[in-house]
Ligand binder design. Structure first.
Ligand code: IPD
Ligand code: CA
Length: 259
């Protein structure tokens, strides 16, 4: 087995993300096999194929896998990969080129896991975001930083609505409140990309009511290493979180008015 640390893990995760990204790119406008579909969500055969490709590439390391398309390995292992093989599957299914690969490497601590490396790759714009716990956040090798916006009326806020009615019911009143106070709301359909857009200063915050760990683990580290605030709170034990990813200056202003 190869030695796993934030440096070797990051390099391998970059390679794996590029491999999966190439498969996504090749298939954007092709007919896609749908494995399962409900009103607000779609699962593609390509989700599974991309995760397998990533897992095969990372199999040289001794680590468990916690992924959207399945979990494997020893749950007590020191390390785990947190993988979203295609984040933005609905966009991708419809040929909308706004989707990405998200891979985080986590190390088990006494109480919680710590994310030590993160990669988010957008194969359609060929944009690769990276960070480790002791190196800066970068986009295509260049350091990035969050915005300095303090005024909501100058800010662009991205929101996500997940797939179930409960989170929609939680988020709609928040959107109704926030929309009048900000410059623009954006609903882009990829949580991981919205987070790295905040890390890059393109967006000023990203809010979602029920997002899974594989959507946010890599983006969370990248955001923190870009100077932002990865505020997340566990909403249910299956690693679902409430999230207010932001530039570190806006979270209180974005809180629901009644609180
Ligand atoms: C979804 C997307 C979406 C977010 C959902 C996620 P998927 O991931 O990131 O933007 O609102 O919460 O589940 O299903 O495309 O991997
Ligand atoms: Ca996802």
């Amino acid at each position: 087995m190869r030695t796993l640390n934030e440096r070797t893990g990051l390099a391998a995760a970059i390679e794996a993300a590029r491999l999966a990204g190439a498969l996504m790119r090749a298939n954007l406008n092709e007919p896609k096999k749908i494995n399962a579909s409900i009103q607000h969500d779609i699962k593609l055969d390509l989700d599974v194929r991309c995760q397998k490709l990533i897992e095969t590439h990372l199999a040289a390391f001794d680590a468990a896998v916690f992924g959207e398309e399945g979990t494997s390995g020893d749950p007590a292992a020191e390390f785990r990969w947190v993988i979203d093989p295609i984040d933005g599957t609905v966009n991708f299914t419809y040929g909308i080129p706004h989707a990405c690969v998200s891979i985080a490497l986590q190390r088990r601590g006494k109480k919680n896991y710590e994310t030590i490396a993160g990669v988010v790759y957008d194969p359609f714009c060929d944009e690769l975001w990276t960070a480790t716990n002791n190196t800066p956040a970068k986009l295509n090798g260049q350091k990035i930083a969050v915005s300095k916006k303090t005024r909501l009326d100058e800010s662009i806020i991205s929101m996500g609505f997940s797939k179930n009615v409960e989170t929609m019911n939680e988020m709609l009143p928040r959107m109704n409140d926030i929309i009048y106070r900000v410059r623009k709301i954006r609903i882009m359909g990829s949580a991981a990309l919205s987070m790295v857009y905040v890390a890059s200063g393109r967006f000023d915050a990203y809010i979602e009511g029920g997002v899974r760990l594989w959507d946010i683990a890599a983006g969370g580290l990248i955001l923190e290493r870009a100077g932002g605030e990865y505020w997340h709170q566990q909403a249910s034990p299956d690693e679902t979180y409430r999230l207010v990813a932001n530039n570190g200056l806006l979270r209180k202003k974005l809180a629901p008015k009644s609180k």
